[in-house]
Design a protein around this ligand. Structure first.
Ligand SMILES: Cc1cc2nc3c(=O)[nH]c(=O)nc-3n(C[C@H](O)[C@H](O)[C@H](O)COP(=O)(O)OP(=O)(O)OC[C@H]3O[C@@H](n4cnc5c(N)ncnc54)[C@H](O)[C@@H]3O)c2cc1C
Length: 431
């Protein structure tokens, strides 16, 4: 096991940090204040190859799976709102890639980014009032009418909502089947009946547009259903017959792979706050002397550094597992997001306490990082939902390990047990 980053990783980390420092930081406060879409940063990110199809391909080329979490952490170090504006299209692209046919993936994924210098955006619209964590309760409907699907409903809190060129909408085709009666549809910008509702005035990540998306008798051709009619019909038939599809565990496995990226986002904020505070305290003193030499200050800084490192190890481990096809049956992806979100939301106020009243002013960057940190306990699965996922996956894994250990112990005398018995016994005793 080698925990060091490779030369390529270190070089890429520096490259992303340069973009964050030189392109994002200078305009971060303005976009935060004005809540404006940072188009110039999105364009620059394309030029720097930190947005778009080539960026996605580069992430996929890393056998360790770390380039993605390194890039995301560094961009969020620059500004979490701008970083989300730069990267949110990937949610739509991932939705298309996981549900679409090869033809649909080839047609629509490029539409989420645009090609060459052309900038396009994607949005992924699931959440509704009363149906965020509880996804089975979606009320947006999709009804087949001849050769068209007709969609009705309102999606809330959608990143890039209203400004996206392509919005992937999850709607219910048969409400009685809960999540198994749902399907995903592609809605290009300008589709009649499809409009932006209220734009949210938010606490944090204000450079990322969040808005309602309204579907009012919105018609799309039948082939805008991701996966196609045959696949949907088979799925509905199986659900009506009460057969299991294994889809729930498939979706869980996909979330485990994407969650480390959200954890890396939260880490970027925590790291930014830590670095800034170190530099600030270097120059400050009080009656007890220079702040950095005081043990009460060192106690807090050590805890912040340790928590950030611990969360980063969870994020990197989960990213590596996802890339290398190691099943995250213990909820390692969810753990990484849970821990990193909680660390950011704990570390920033802990650092603010060291800085004192200045940290409460809008002149101090900690004030913005404090506002930006909260969302990482809310979206992409709230912290409470991550805890449920981790606890259920741990329980299942534990039960399976017990069963495996029991089987080994039941082997007749003389049967080859060898190291297997030792390993299993050890695994069980560590719980
Ligand atoms: C800035 C922003 C951007 C977003 N972007 C998108 C986007 O692009 N696309 C999209 O579809 N959605 C998006 N969302 C929505 C986000 O994913 C949801 O807000 C989130 O999943 C929570 O769902 P909810 O709002 O329905 O809250 P609820 O599920 O109603 O949760 C409310 C509270 O109850 C807790 N809770 C709920 N169920 C349980 C339980 N079983 N056990 C314990 N506690 C529980 C939650 O943890 C939470 O604290 C965004 C939200 C925000 C704020």
């Amino acid at each position: 096991m080698d925990f060091r980053l490779s030369d390529e990783h270190v070089e890429y980390q520096r490259y992303c940090r340069a973009f964050a420092a030189d392109v994002m930081r200078p305009v971060a406060a303005r976009h935060d204040r004005e809540q404006s879409v940072p188009w110039e940063c999105i364009r620059a990110a394309r030029q720097w190859n930190l947005n778009g199809l080539e960026f996605i391909q580069k992430m996929g080329s890393d056998p360790d799976g770390l380039l993605g979490v390194i890039a995301i952490e560094e961009l969020h170090w620059g500004c979490a709102g701008i970083a989300l504006a730069v990267s949110a299209s990937s949610l739509a692209a991932a939705g298309i890639a996981s549900s679409g046919t090869p033809e649909q993936i080839g047609r629509w994924v490029p539409e989420c980014y645009g090609e060459g210098d052309e900038i396009k955006l994607g949005a992924y619209a699931v959440t509704e009032a009363g149906a965020g964590s509880d996804v089975k309760s979606l009320r947006t409907t999709a009804r087949l009418d001849g050769e068209e699907w007709v969609l009705n409903g309102t999606k809330v809190f959608i990143s890039n909502g209203g400004i996206a060129d392509v919005t992937v909408v999850v709607a219910t085709v048969d409400p009685e089947l809960g999540h198994r009666g749902q399907a995903s549809f592609v809605l290009p910008k300008g589709t009649p009946g499809f409009s932006q509702g209220k734009k949210e005035d938010k606490l944090g990540i204000r450079a990322s547009q969040t808005a309602e998306v309204v579907l009012d008798d919105c018609r799309v051709p039948v082939d805008f259903l991701l996966g196609g009619m045959d696949k949907l019909n088979r799925k509905l038939e199986r659900a009506r017959a009460g057969e299991s599809t294994g889809r729930a565990s498939g979706a869980l496995a996909t979330f485990e792979i994407t969650r480390p990226l959200v954890g890396a986002s939260a880490l970027g904020i925590a790291q930014a706050a830590y670095e800034w505070t170190l530099a600030y305290l270097e120059t400050e003193s009080d009656e007890g002397g220079p702040l950095l030499e005081q043990q009460r200050v060192q106690q807090v800084l050590a805890d912040v550094a340790t928590e950030i490192e611990g969360a980063r190890l969870l994020v990197w481990r989960a990213a590596w597992m996802g890339r290398n096809g190691v099943p995250m049956t213990g909820g390692q992806g969810s753990m990484s997001k849970l821990k990193a979100g909680d660390v950011a939301m704990w570390a920033v106020p802990a650092l603010m306490d060291l800085v004192g009243p200045y940290a409460q002013t809008t002149e101090c960057p900690l004030e913005k990082w404090f506002r930006d940190a909260k969302i990482y306990q809310i979206f992409e699965g709230t912290a409470q939902i991550q805890r449920l996922v981790v606890s259920r996956m741990q329980r299942q894994e534990y039960t399976e390990r017990l069963k495996e250990a029991a089987q080994v112990l039941e082997q007749p005398p003389g049967a080859p047990t060898g190291d297997v018995l030792g390993e299993d016994a050890l695994a069980v005793s560590t719980y």
